[in-house]
Write a protein that binds this ligand. Structure first.
Ligand SMILES: C[S@@+](CC[C@H](N)C(=O)[O-])C[C@H]1O[C@@H](n2cnc3c(N)ncnc32)[C@H](O)[C@@H]1O
Length: 255
């Protein structure tokens, strides 16, 4: 784990996060690329989406940064065929440093896990060339509201309350207007942000919810309470379980 970022079950995430990968394909369409750029994948996870980015950069490179050692280890394995064009690093995005400014920043399903968006955008801006595009999608205001409420309720059960007492919720679901203002303050121009709803009805709703949305909670819990915590969350969701995602899209340019 780097800084405040949690550890993830990288194998489960890689197997189950197919909706996130599908959304990333659409987000990548918005990224203007000639194919020879160096692009930062901010929160690259297990590399499933990084591979899609690398395919758009036949003569370019990707710097993949993630706070989870397990995710970066999985990404190294999954991106073996691209090893000469990808540089994978364990680092907290809030402490991001690159040797050379990059030509573009891409990020999928990550920014809502980062508690301080003002600092995040400043760190990203400092890592970019002037005029470089930032194209991203993450959870926005209202994201997985029923799931978040079930997690909150389960966290207050007597057996779990001591673990979570005083612990701030790990989600940072921001709105479009506040994000545009933050981007402008961090040195971005042409900032445009908007919300988009997505409904997910996974084949394995329990495993999916745990792998995609519970990593920071599960990391805090003792081993013998993890499965019962997942059960407590799932029991509080309407059956059959579906996840109502609200994505925050971000397009901006480093000024
Ligand atoms: C849901 S995964 C998304 C992975 C990948 N981008 C995708 O679309 O499949 C979120 C990732 O953000 C990473 N992350 C969360 N907070 C972070 C931080 N502060 N610094 C770096 N990575 C972070 C997590 O470790 C995790 O791999």
């Amino acid at each position: 784990m780097a800084g405040g970022a949690a550890e993830w079950d990288a194998a489960a995430y890689h197997r189950l996060a197919k909706p996130q990968e599908e959304w990333a394909r659409q987000v990548l369409e918005r990224l203007p690329l000639s194919g020879a750029e160096t692009v930062l994948d901010a929160g690259c996870g297990s590399g499933g989406v990084t591979r899609l980015l690398l395919e758009k950069l036949p003569e370019g490179r990707v710097v993949g940064v993630d706070g989870s050692e397990a995710m970066i280890e999985a990404a190294r394995e999954n991106l073996q065929p691209y090893a000469d064009r990808v540089d994978l690093r364990v680092a907290d995005l809030l402490k991001l440093q690159v040797e050379e400014p990059v030509d573009a920043v891409f990020s999928n399903a990550t920014f809502h896990w980062v508690p301080d968006h003002d600092l995040l955008f400043k760190r990203l801006r400092a890592a970019m060339k002037e005029g470089a595009p930032l194209v991203a999608q993450c959870g926005g205001i209202g994201n997985v509201a029923e799931f978040a409420a079930a997690i909150e309720a389960a966290s207050h059960l007597p057996e779990f309350a001591p673990t979570f007492e005083g612990w701030p919720t790990p989600y940072n679901f921001a709105g479009p207007k506040e994000t545009e203002a933050r981007l402008a303050a961090a040195g971005f121009a042409e900032a445009r942000c908007w919300l988009e709803e997505k409904l997910v009805q996974p084949e394995e709703p329990r495993a999916f919810g745990a792998a995609a949305g519970l990593a920071p909670h599960l990391e805090r819990l003792p081993d013998d309470q993890r499965e019962t915590f997942i059960d407590a969350v799932m029991d509080r969701l309407e059956q059959p379980i579906s996840y109502r995602y609200v994505r925050l899209n971000i397009d901006a340019r480093a000024s």
